[in-house]
Design a protein around this ligand. Structure first.
Ligand code: SF4
Length: 469
């Protein structure tokens, strides 16, 4: 039996897909990269934005079409946040395309449900299997402990390993669906996190990315004094790991100890994704973000003072209910002041169950939202482009994380600050740290060339390889 998996949304979802792949493979399924070959198609969904949800229904329509063309219907499983949120409504809305719905806390049920659905299929009058009579739904038990058997995850990235440390969130920001789809906050045991990190290092991964909805709220359930900065120190000790990243911290939990840990631990990347969501304290209050513009700017100043080469990125929402032109101007001025290296920006859309969705009229017109997002993105592009231009001539350590599919000897990697760098080099540099000098800048990434000592060392190593018998 072959499975095909497609995933949308955040790194947490990408990591859930890795978990599902591992579970399916340990149950005897083989992965295929073509949905036309698959017996089981898994769509791992995101519901943070309305558009992500719409995409699911479009994809389900396409899968139905493909099944018609091929004369066979694969089993279709929908997992992730939309599955958790919609449950059996999803079955009705998908007009019978979906066989299995698996919520965010029930990932481990997928192989069993898939096997059940496949064996339930009966030959129809025209000789093709029919759909299962009733779809299978597993969305209950939303508060399962966030432990996961070691060694099952099938990591999709050859260089980077995602390690979940917290699941769920208790903050209930007014716009956010996560507490309703991922449940309340649950901390993973420190011992399990370290075991995962060691296993990732042993499998050749060089970078660990620690994941949590509010990653810096971590407190180890099995070692109470261990908070997030202490966890960073513990992961820093894992041999073979060269870089540590984390996503996403909340501004109000970004303590002096965390800033000091980022400054003092060389493996911790000098990049902080610090979601702000709006530049106006009034809107932040409506959003229930529990920080003001002033507190955020003060935090940014303290981070930059401690770590001058840090690169910052953020999330921003425009057109939140009640946002005025003056509020939006504050978003623009905060963006200009902080000068982020990158930004994820979105037009507000109502999400089910959220406080804003239930109690705040979506009163900013779509035209105004569009005008605001266009202005914000134009400003961000100009800041980014200026920062990239200024980086020309500087040399950075880049962790090579991909080789180009189109061009031989073209590599891609990231600096500690998370800038994507393209540069020429041999494919066997994948997973290595290479010093690269930036030569050219584009809107989203930069181009460089390996700095001299790296080139010489590499050529010497290659010469030594050739001389070996
Ligand atoms: Fe959502 Fe707010 Fe929790 Fe982040 S902190 S996951 S935005 S509720």
């Amino acid at each position: 039996m072959k499975y095909f998996i497609e995933t949308y949304g955040c790194q947490m979802n990408v990591h859930d897909a890795e978990r599902m792949s591992g579970l399916l493979e340990s149950s005897g399924y083989d992965r295929t990269e073509s949905e036309a070959d698959a017996d089981l198609v898994v769509i791992n969904t995101c519901s943070v934005r309305e558009r992500a949800e719409e995409k699911l229904y479009t994809r389900l329509g396409e899968i139905k079409e493909l099944g018609r063309d091929l004369g066979r219907d694969p089993i279709v499983a929908v997992t992730g946040c939309v599955a958790q949120q919609e449950g059996d409504k999803l079955i009705a809305r998908s007009a019978g395309v979906v066989d299995i719905v698996v919520g965010t806390q029930q990932v481990r049920m997928l192989p069993m449900l898939a096997t059940h659905a496949l064996t339930e299929r009966r030959p129809s009058a025209i000789g093709h299997p029919t759909r299962v009579e009733r779809a299978l739904i597993a969305i209950e038990n939303p508060y399962e402990e966030p432990s996961f058997p070691l060694g099952i995850v099938r990591r999709s990235d050859p260089v980077r390993a995602y390690v979940t440390i917290i699941e769920g969130c208790n903050d209930f920001c007014a716009f956010c669906v996560v507490p309703y789809t991922r449940g309340h906050e649950r901390m993973r045991a420190k011992a399990e996190i370290l075991a995962d990190a060691r296993e990732a290092a042993a499998s050749g991964r060089r970078e660990i990315q620690l994941l949590g909805q509010i990653v810096n709220h971590y407190q180890a359930p099995d070692d109470p004094p261990c908070d997030f900065p202490a966890l960073l120190e513990a992961v820093h000790e894992v041999e073979g790991i060269e870089r540590i990243r984390f996503a996403s911290p909340h501004p109000r939990h970004t303590s002096e100890r965390l800033i000091a840990a980022m400054r003092d631990l060389p493996k911790v990347c000098k990049h902080l994704h610090l979601p702000v969501q709006s530049g106006a304290s009034r809107v932040l209050g409506l959003m229930r973000r529990r920080h003001t513009r002033e507190q955020y700017l003060d935090l940014v100043a303290r981070i930059r003072e401690a770590i001058p080469n840090v690169q910052l990125s953020t999330d921003m929402i425009v057109g939140f209910p009640g946002e005025t032109e003056a509020d939006f101007e504050e978003t623009l001025s905060l963006t200009a002041e902080v000068r982020y290296h990158s930004m994820y920006s979105f037009k507000y859309s109502e999400r089910p169950n959220t406080l804003a969705g239930k109690r705040m009229p979506d009163d900013v017109s779509d035209d105004d939202k569009t005008r605001r997002i266009v202005a914000l993105q134009a400003l961000q592009r100009s800041i980014q482009s200026d920062l990239f231009q200024r980086s020309i001539g500087s040399t950075h350590q880049v962790l090579v994380d991909a080789t180009s599919r189109r061009r031989e000897w073209e590599l891609t990697g990231r600096t500690s600050g998370n800038t994507v760098v393209n540069f020429p080099g041999p494919p066997d540099w994948l997973g290595q740290l290479v010093d690269v000098t930036i030569r050219r800048a584009g809107p989203n990434s930069v181009w460089g060339e390996p700095a001299e000592p790296t080139v010489r060392r590499s050529l010497d190593e290659r010469a030594a390889d050739v001389q070996r018998p």
